[in-house]
Write a protein that binds this ligand. Structure first.
Ligand SMILES: [Zn+2]
Length: 292
């Protein structure tokens, strides 16, 4: 048996937040039921670009990913991350589009890619190059505990990153070691972004997209945003929920704050669809922008 976590049930069994999850599920069930009455299909049929992202896809989550993709494919067209960014910037949002990404570069992204391939969905895998090829158990355990609040999960190596690219997926940057950028000095964050950009370029040929760790607006700031584009990335993603719609006037790449909806594959499908429908209900062109 592997010393690394292989099933989400192992994480759930050790979770101290079970009561909270139960309460959350009850509230979401009620909300999702209400949404059902309002007609979830009505909202999901609206033209938009919706970015969805996952972290892990353990063995016992793969069938959920398959079912989610199957459901989503009924109303949506899956597009690559680059195409999604381009459609938002160029205002060519003529139908419901979905772009999938993953954060943190876990080894279990490989079987997830196999599922995505069945739907011809090209994803962007945001990695921390400082963790790629790391095999030392203690180092991984410390990183997962301190930075990700998770038990030890194995990371990809560079050969596996290349395999993902060979399947048509993109590789994005997520800082060297998953630091909270709002806590770094300007000098530290520039050094980190440069190292990350260089390292991925060296192994993957190019890197265009950046997603900052933790993803809430308060995990980032105006200095970090400026540095991301100056270093050469063409997009910057948060993990603030929302989706992107047509806008009026020009939208510059450095003004676009990509919003992504986080999905844990263990969540009930009607909860995920509740979040998506809620995004559509609230969408407007202002949510394309950074708050700073
Ligand atoms: Zn992350």
């Amino acid at each position: 048996m592997s010393q690394f976590v292989e099933n989400y049930s192992e994480i759930k069994a050790n979770s101290t937040t079970n009561m909270r999850s139960l309460l959350r599920a009850t509230v979401l069930n009620a909300l999702a039921w209400k949404e059902q009455i309002g007609g979830i299909n009505h909202w999901l049929s609206k033209p938009r670009v919706q970015f969805l992202y996952i972290h892990h896809s353990f063995k016992d989550e793969l069938e959920n990913l398959n079912q989610l993709m199957k459901m989503l494919s009924k109303q949506h067209t899956f597009i690559s991350y680059s195409e999604a960014v381009e459609r938002v910037l160029e205002n060519t949002i003529d139908k419901p589009y979905i772009s999938i990404s993953t954060d943190d570069g876990f080894k279990n992204n490989l079987p997830a890619a196999e599922v995505l391939n069945r739907y011809n969905a090209k994803a962007c895998f945001f990695i921390n190059p400082g963790l790629i090829n790391v095999t030392d158990y203690n180092k991984i355990a410390t990183h997962c505990k301190e930075k990700l609040h998770l038990p030890p999960i194995e990371f990809l190596n560079w050969d596996e990153v290349s395999q993902l690219q060979a399947q048509g997926h993109e590789i994005g940057a997520h800082t060297m070691f998953h630091d909270n950028m709002a806590k770094l000095t300007t000098e530290q964050l520039i050094d980190d972004l440069q190292a990350c950009f260089r390292k991925i370029n060296e192994h993957c040929g190019e890197v265009k997209h950046f997603a900052y760790p933790y993803g809430r607006f308060y995990h980032f700031n105006a200095n970090a945003r400026k540095a991301v584009f100056e270093i050469g990335f063409i997009s910057c993603a948060s993990a603030e929920r929302g989706c992107h719609t047509v806008h009026f006037g020009d939208l510059k790449k450095e003004d676009l704050c990509i919003r992504r909806d986080h999905v844990i594959l263990d969540w009930k499908q009607n909860h995920i669809f509740y979040f998506l429908a809620n995004n559509v209900r609230k969408m407007n062109a202002n949510t394309n922008l950074f708050p700073y």
